[in-house]
Write a new protein. Structure first.
Length: 99
């Protein structure tokens, strides 16, 4: 993928909303960057970005700048319901992790 518009046209939104991530996957992906000590370190938008990055890699896009722009565009154009599902996924993951 060379172009952000091509990437946005090919992204499958059903694989992003809500983010279908396991506790182990989130912990593994997030621990590579910084400590995962509290629920404040990882929030719904971060889970969303991880899902977008995974979908972009599926489409053979590895440019981090384009992936970040795609995530930002998709987040800005998502509905309240989609965002609510993302944040409910965050609370579900943390309730399982810390119980």
């Amino acid at each position: 993928m060379n172009n952000l518009n091509d990437l946005l046209a090919n992204i499958n939104r059903t694989l992003i909303f809500p983010p279908l991530l396991s506790i182990e996957e989130v912990t593994l992906l997030y621990n590579t960057k910084r400590p995962f000590r509290s629920h404040k370190n990882c929030h719904g938008y971060m889970l969303f970005r991880i899902s977008v990055a995974r979908e972009c890699r599926r489409l053979d896009e590895n440019n981090k700048t384009i992936i970040a722009e795609a995530a930002s565009h998709l987040w800005k154009n998502s509905t309240r319901q989609e965002k609510r599902e993302t944040f409910s996924q965050q609370f579900l993951l943390f309730s399982k992790r810390y119980s």
